[in-house]
Write a protein that binds this ligand. Structure first.
Ligand SMILES: Cc1ncc(COP(=O)(O)O)c(C=O)c1O
Length: 489
């Protein structure tokens, strides 16, 4: 079909342009934009020269209570405010000394990708356009990494919390049929039970909660010393629930536990799920991408048999926030859990509305940004081999840290180090209070920032090495600072 109208911009009457928000002085804007880009590159390139984190303080915080801007402010003034009040006070995960929680460091290419995606401003909820093909391309790559069939569907989401929720909702729909979507859980839904290890992330019970099943429908199964789910206890819990008239429907395996980076025996879980006819979901928030590292991939054996998988590109793969991802083995089941047709979203044989299945058929979001671009650019620019090598290096640094801890009599290693996370503490009088204080002081120092967790009830300083910029000197700084602060306490 040819174009009906050939309308050049010169045919648009000037009056219709007056409300455009595009800059009137494009050359001036261009100069400012170039300066901002240069600043942003320099900011990342010189990140070591600045404190990792610093508190805002009451006065500065007060500046975010300003009246709303009814009138325009020049871009240069707003940018200056950003430089003064926002940039120096961010969470700090670009900095190589950041070792808290599970945060990726981002990359300069990812930063550019955000800008490029911003120019397109593509709504990736649906329709027929290249950004959706970019996302489909990544779905195909992820399928290939894990040995999943072409029938598997994938979707970018905010993070693994959302990916886990999508998986639970898909498993719920698979268990209860279509009625759950129109009539709610009913008596059958109230019988559903799910299983995950005690080391599973807190977003797993939350997903059960949001799915209307209640967080207590998730049975938290004890782990062994290596934080892997105890299969004997899992089997016993399933049997007890069946005997009590409950209906087990889901087992969640963890590939990289948040506390120490432990991997459940996914092969055994897959076999048990098949035998018991349970949906097998894997929370692989960070650990799943270990598939790119030949030394780590064996930890994931069994993942090829899962029904669904959640992972984050914004963690170990260093894609800028946010870039969560969910993969479901049977695309039809994922659509059955989420798709609903509205007249204004009708699919067409041709034109912009072409394509039978759109991303919004696979999750709760209708409008969606172009998260796939920053992932596509990161994967292509660095290549999966190099990303895998970078992951291996973070594990080496963690082993180095564990060895340093073991060599210092004042320090105590609190958990095994199967991956890139080290939990340890300074030995002392009131160790919980002492180590919480040390962690807070380290963060305030602006040099290194671990977080804390509890291992068998003991408060641990937790150093999670996810940042590709972290080097041995950062690990040394952490050890020296803990020793110094512990001795001074
Ligand atoms: C094992 C695990 N699952 C789930 C999550 C939640 O991921 P997100 O913060 O991307 O929602 C995390 C976050 O650290 C995690 O480590």
């Amino acid at each position: 079909m040819g174009r009906l109208v050939n309308m050049s911009t010169s045919t648009i009457p000037p009056a219709s342009r007056t409300m455009s928000l595009d800059p009137a002085d494009l050359e001036g804007f261009r100069r400012e934009a170039h300066r901002m880009l240069d600043d942003a590159i320099d900011y990342v390139a010189t990140i070591r020269e600045r404190p990792l984190w610093q508190p805002l303080g009451a006065q500065l915080r007060g500046r975010f209570r300003a009246a709303q801007p009814a009138e325009p402010t020049p871009l240069s003034a707003v940018y200056q405010d950003f430089l003064d009040t926002v940039r120096p006070y961010t969470v700090g995960n670009v900095h190589p000394g950041f070792m808290g929680w599970v945060h990726g460091g981002g990359t300069l290419e990812g930063m550019l990708a955000e800008m490029l995606a911003g120019a397109l401003n593509a709504n990736c909820g649906g329709r027929d356009h290249a950004p959706i093909e970019v996302e489909r391309q990544i779905v195909a790559w992820v399928r290939e990494w894990f040995g999943w069939p072409a029938t598997a569907s994938g979707l970018f989401v905010t993070g693994t919390s959302m990916a886990n929720l999508i998986a639970v909702l898909t498993a719920r729909r698979a268990a209860l049929g279509d009625a759950v979507r129109s009539q709610g859980l009913g008596a059958e839904g109230a019988r559903l039970t799910a299983y995950a290890s005690a080391a599973a992330h807190a977003c797993v019970p939350r997903a059960l909660d949001y799915a209307g099943l209640g967080s207590e429908a998730l049975r938290r199964i004890a782990t062994d010393r290596e934080q892997r789910i105890d299969l004997v206890q899992l089997r016993a819990a399933i049997a007890a629930d069946r005997a009590a008239g409950r209906r087990p429907f889901l087992v969640v395996g963890t590939a990289g536990s948040v506390d120490i980076g432990a991997f459940d025996d996914l092969r055994a879980l897959a076999a048990l799920a098949a035998e018991q006819q349970l949906w097998f979901h894997v929370d692989g928030a960070f650990g799943a991408l270990g598939i790119l590292c030949p030394g780590l991939a064996p930890l994931l054996a069994g993942i090829e048999s899962a029904d669904s998988l959640a992972l984050d590109f914004h963690k170990w793969a260093q894609v800028p926030y946010d870039a969560g991802f969910v993969l479901v083995r049977d695309a039809a089941l994922q659509r059955a859990a989420f798709a609903s047709r509205a007249q204004y979203l009708e699919r067409a044989a041709h034109g912009l509305a072409a394509g039978e299945h759109w991303p919004n058929d696979y999750g709760p979001d209708l409008s969606r940004g172009f998260r796939a671009l920053k992932t596509w650019i990161t994967l292509r620019v660095h290549g999966t081999r190099r990303l895998g090598e970078m992951m291996a290096e973070t594990c080496r640094l963690a082993r180095h840290l564990a060895a340093r801890v073991a060599a210092e009599s004042e320090l105590e290693l609190l958990a095994p180090v199967p991956l890139n996370i080290v939990c340890f503490r300074y030995r002392g009088g009131d160790p919980d209070r002492l180590n919480a204080g040390i962690a807070a002081q380290l963060q305030a120092s602006g040099i290194v920032a671990p977080s804390t967790t509890r291992i068998a009830g003991k408060l641990a300083i937790r150093a999670a090495i996810f940042n590709h910029r972290t080097q041995e000197c950062d690990v040394e700084r952490l050890v020296e600072a803990v020793l110094r602060l512990g001795r001074a306490a």
